[in-house]
Design a protein around this ligand. Sequence first.
Ligand code: GLN
Length: 488
Amino acid sequence: MHKLTLKELSAQLQARKISATELATLFLDRIEASDLNAFLHVDRALTLAQAQAADARLAGNEAGPLTGIPIAHKDIFVTRNWRTTAGSRMLQDYVSPFDATVVEQFNAAGTVTLGKLNCDEFAMGSSNENSFYGPVKNPWDKTAIPGGSSGGSAAAVAARLAPAATATDTGGSIRQPASLCGVTGIKPTYGSVSRYGMIAFASSLDQGGPIAKTAEDCGLLLNAMTGFDERDSTSLQRPKEDFTRSLNQSLQGLRIGVPKEFFGAGLAADVEAAVRGALAEFEKLGATLVDISLPKTELSIPVYYVIAPAEASSNLSRFDGVRYGHRAADYKDLADMYKKSRAEGFGDEVKRRILVGSYVLSHGYYDAYYLQAQKIRRLIAQDFQSALAGPDRQCDVIMGPVSPTVAWDLGDKTDDPVANYLADIFTLSTSLAGLPGMSIPCGFGQGEKNGKRPVGLQIIGNYFDEARLLNVAHQFQQATDWHLREPA
Ligand code: GLN
């Protein structure tokens, strides 16, 4: 049962072959037996109460496609009933007085919450090693990182501890862990998923999305989690859409842009081989490959690592020891209380980003760094528009690697923040442009250590082209079985 997709589980629930309570119990047992550190908070009684409510809806024929489906939430979405820590000591005992919009939407759809998932502190990281609660292990090889910041989400789905999970992506945090754990994830167009109750990292970039086994499941999850929310000032006012509406369209004539900047010297040979293999598969499905250029790709690292810390330094000023979370036990006066509470509550990477962010926003440096970064951000977005839009558009979607290498060893880059930042090279530009992007499993790296290490293919589309991305991914998943492979 734990191997089934959401689509299949839903059919089992509707046919009364299994109850929501039995299904939740099965996954809770798997979570309890797991040693991956993917979950931070589990509460059996709360989960089973939700499952019973779902069973009542199923019995009363009031069920939707997700009623009774177990799901786990990244611990960056606030929940009224489970603690919310954002992977930080700062919020160690924090219980939110309300549910994030995304959580509300899933509750309304009748999903059953299995618990909260580990992540990098305030979603800052690419390896999940910045969590105050310890790293998550990659289920394919427990000596490897799962990716980050949504490492718990990707590892939980890969290890079949949950059939689906929520995640967030500011600069790659859905796509990169999905890639390194061999599961499917999509970051929709910026503004599609409400940020209300999603603990803020960099507000102009943060975007929620799902991680699941298949593209079809991601479509079902997006149907539930997108939509206008007046409580989020950047939420898009668009009619509800069915993201699964074009899954079965043929890929005949699809033009796939292959950016040369995604296949340069920094790309590991084994990742390139798996990605090229996937591109060849798409040609068999009727698509044509078009060489394109996204010349500003390289600049996405410095631009992102100015803008994201700048926004983070502002967002994180709310953690002052007064209103939320950790407060130091001993202090002389108010200023000392702020200082000590923040010094104790935040980890090294978060402090580094607050410092960088405060620096680039300060008088005299604002024009040199922050403003400059904003200008180049616009140029990065224009690179994509000249490939994907307008009368001279070259392609319908763009494909390339998600991560330049397979998952690295736990501990390998912990002393070198810049090495971590460089690994974000292929995901940051999509985020800076606000475009939808996804990752699907497409093979494994060479050189097995204590297990295989998965490779993901990135598929990027123009604004609001999620249904097309899911169609492209679904057709690939109908023709291949990478997405069905499971860790030992
Ligand atoms: N790895 C990137 C960072 O550390 C992206 C994180 C994210 O998308 N939340 O900022």
